[in-house]
Write a protein that binds this ligand. Structure first.
Ligand code: BJ8
Length: 424
């Protein structure tokens, strides 16, 4: 099978040597972070399988889709409406960028001191190492932060990029702009796929993507229970896989897992020791395989009960109304739903502060860990507003700034352990 995959990777133009190195790095890391956990739900077997096949089966599915004339569209932000891509018969893939790779290549076109997520996606593309990236017929960028916005101009030299202008405020005129951006995106997707989005296809796709979001919300709801029936690391993995797995299969598998978690809740079966501090993680997205901070938190005796992240709650907390009757009305609904995302690129971003306070109460959290990638101005600066709001409500906070390297692991562990000790 691996040999078949090698032929596939070769035919896609991957740098096989560099790709081998990447694939060799993943299993030991996964084994240490994931497979060593105690008391994992049986339903995690599917997600272990997906990771095991990360550059295999799913890539094969994408290639088969392309072989039938289908298109693959890559994204880097949860602001890109996947409902529209799906309604046009395309497959929408969240490109991960969660590992330091191809940095030397990336630094040929980018400054050294830039957010690791941006450096990572440029490195992936320039070193031809990611079969997801190489499957993309088009990549969608956005104007959320300056680094990404300018990097997409460069990326466009290597793959067609469509940039959506995400407003930075949420006034009526910003809503108007965003609606027109969603409308333009629909036209661009139709052009790229060669398919027309119809009322029926968009209605269906909205329902299917809502289904995916709802099942993730169901899983999130079960994590409110004491003891939590699933670890934060496993939940994060599922939220990461949500970005690229087959929508129907993924929804069904998370549903099966939730059935099992409900039984665990009834039986009072949890994944952690009694009295373990309950933590919410917030900040910049944690793309596969960036599990560093959650792993430190949970291996220090705490349990993560929610992620106020784009690889978390911000991805699934809102759905699109399903009663739209025309394309125009559904575009409005979609635009409105997406503008509800509380990204730090907005000013002000009160919604995020309110959400964090609410989450802390609903999930009975003992503390919040604010984790920002280095050089990410929006999240690093917004930490001040978050700190102020949480202080007013007496919610303990730990702020962390890190990157994809492992050099700071010891130091982070010391700080996280001290924080847990303080809130215990
Ligand atoms: S909606 S959080 S996925 S933009 S970490 S590249 S912001 S410098 S990723 Fe994000 Fe969309 Fe917002 Fe979510 Fe820039 Fe910060 Fe890097 Fe970032």
């Amino acid at each position: 099978m691996v040999n078949d995959y090698r032929l596939m990777w070769e035919s896609m133009g991957l740098d096989l040597e560099a790709h081998d190195q990447l694939l060799q790095a993943l299993p030991p890391l996964y084994g240490e972070v994931y497979l060593n956990q105690q008391n994992r739900p049986d339903g995690m077997e599917y997600f272990d399988f997906v990771v095991n096949e990360i550059h295999g089966l799913r890539i094969q599915e994408l290639q088969e889709h392309k072989g039938r004339g289908g298109k693959v569209i890559g994204t880097f932000c949860v602001f890109v409406p996947e409902e529209i891509v799906r309604a046009a018969g395309g497959i929408c893939i969240g490109l991960c960028s969660g590992i330091e790779i191809g940095a030397a290549q990336a630094e040929k076109v980018l400054p050294r001191n830039i957010c690791p997520l941006i450096k990572s996606f440029m490195g992936f593309k320039l070193s031809r190492i990611c079969p997801y990236f190489e499957s993309c017929d088009m990549v969608v960028g956005e104007t959320t932060c300056d680094g990404k916005k300018k990097a997409f101009e460069i990326l466009n030299d290597y793959v067609p990029v469509h940039v959506m202008e995400v407003p930075q405020m949420k006034r009526e005129k910003d809503r108007f702009l965003w609606r027109s951006e969603v409308q333009d995106f629909l036209a661009r997707v139709e052009e790229s796929t060669g398919n027309t989005v119809t009322v029926e296809s968009l209605q269906r796709s909205i329902k299917e993507i809502n289904g995916k979001r709802r099942v993730l919300l169901r899983m999130a709801g079960l994590r409110k229970m004491k003891p939590a029936p699933i670890s934060g690391k496993d939940s994060l993995l599922i939220e990461q896989i949500a970005m690229y797995d087959d929508v129907e299969r993924f929804t069904a598998k998370v549903g099966e897992l939730c059935d099992e978690l409900e039984i665990r809740v009834e039986e009072g079966k949890g994944v952690h020791e009694q009295g373990a501090p309950r933590i919410i993680v917030t900040g910049t997205p944690m793309a596969i395989p960036n599990w560093k901070v959650p792993h430190i938190i949970e291996s220090s005796g705490a349990v993560i009960v929610a992620e106020e992240l784009c690889t978390g709650m911000r991805y699934f907390e809102n759905t699109v109304p399903e009663d739209g009757e025309s394309i125009e009305q559904m575009v409005d609904f979609i635009a409105e739903r997406y503008l509800g995302i509380n990204c730090a690129c907005f000013t002000p971003n009160e919604g995020r502060l309110e959400k964090l306070v609410q989450l802390a109460a609903k999930y009975e959290a003992d503390g919040i860990v604010y984790c920002s990638l280095a050089f990410c101005d929006p999240y690093l600066v917004e930490a001040n507003r978050v700190e102020k709001a949480l202080k007013e409500h007496g919610i303990p906070l730990l702020k962390i700034e890190t990157d994809y390297g492992q050099e700071d692991t010891g130091q982070l562990k010391t700080r996280i352990e001290a924080f847990l000790e303080m809130i215990r």
